[in-house]
Design a protein around this ligand. Structure first.
Ligand code: 0O2
Length: 271
């Protein structure tokens, strides 16, 4: 097949990957904005290279004409989580979405592959709009922890280096490492709630400070400057105390003051 034709075939796959990355990143942002813990730590994606598509097709004895139907990972999105428990949460989020239709799931988390590989795979149908109209694209979503991803990246590079024939002594080391990853993820699960609490309070603090600064900035336009400076100094004093309850109280009081000024400026506009 001509290279140009391949590019045309792969264009909607590229669009699907880009759109899905934007959507998952937006989901992360939404969690942050609401001061909620997000089960997604990082999202990446790629379209398989032509060489890799041909290689896989040859290995699986797939005709070129059947590639789009039978190769399910031409478009791939990878979602990295901090904790094993987050994987199930992400799977649920994907199952509930109406813009992705799950057509296959593979649980290599509870059913580790012989290589030691662990990850949760979901194949979804995702619709993109192209110049030629709408197209349903198959996308493979791989969901795994940071630790699983570390193992898989190293093992993938070794597969490449040894052309898929990794020597036995290295295989053994990789198996040991895979077991260590299981132990590490289990250990981390014990401290998950502690870490989530710490991250949550950090996010809540960041959102609170950002809301206060916004309110202060808006006050400059409508309130007496001397009074705003006084409120600002009070904010600095409370901020330095590093006490979330006091900061919360200050935020609520500032909301009431800002609301009062806004109401005043509206009534002045009306008269
Ligand atoms: P690449 O280079 O990442 O694209 P099947 O559905 O069983 O007929 P397939 O498509 O190989 O065959 O499915 P499987 O086993 O679920 O693998 C899909 C992808 O998962 C692979 O794509 C890898 O990305 C990843 N994967 C599966 N097994 C392993 C493994 O042992 N080690 C690592 N590092 N990754 C693995 P590709 O096309 O093989 O590779």
């Amino acid at each position: 097949m001509e290279i140009q034709l391949w590019r045309e075939i792969l264009t909607p796959y590229d669009l699907a990957v880009k759109e899905l990355i934007v959507k998952f990143e937006h989901l992360m942002q939404e969690h942050r904005n609401q001061g909620q813990y997000c089960p997604i730590e990082q999202v990446t994606g790629r379209v398989k290279t032509i060489a890799s598509i041909l290689d896989k097709a040859q290995k699986k004895r797939i005709y070129i004409s059947e590639i789009e139907d039978k190769l399910v990972d031409i478009a791939g999105v990878r979602i990295i989580c901090q904790f094993v428990e987050d994987i199930e949460k992400v799977v649920e989020i994907i199952r509930r979405r109406t813009d992705m239709e799950v057509i296959k799931e593979r649980d290599y988390i509870n059913h580790m592959k012989d290589s030691g590989y662990r990850s949760y795979h979901m194949i979804v149908h995702y619709e993109v709009q192209t110049l030629q109209g709408s197209r349903k694209i198959k996308v493979e979503i791989q969901i795994r922890t940071l630790a699983m991803n570390f193992w898989s990246t190293i093992e993938h590079s070794l597969q490449y280096k040894y052309k898929k024939n990794i020597p036995d002594h290295i295989r053994e080391k990789l198996m040991n490492a895979a077991n260590a990853i299981i132990a590490l993820d289990n250990e981390m699960s014990f401290v998950r709630s502690e870490i989530m609490d710490a991250q949550n309070s950090f996010q809540i603090h960041t959102k609170l400070v950002s809301d206060i600064l916004n309110n202060l900035q808006n006050l400059y336009g409508i309130a007496n400057e001397r009074e705003v400076l006084k409120i600002q100094d009070e904010f600095y004093r409370i901020y330095e105390l590093n006490d979330i309850d006091q900061l919360n109280r200050f935020g609520r009081e500032l909301d009431i003051i800002a609301e009062g000024y806004r109401a005043q400026s509206f009534s002045m506009e009306e008269t």
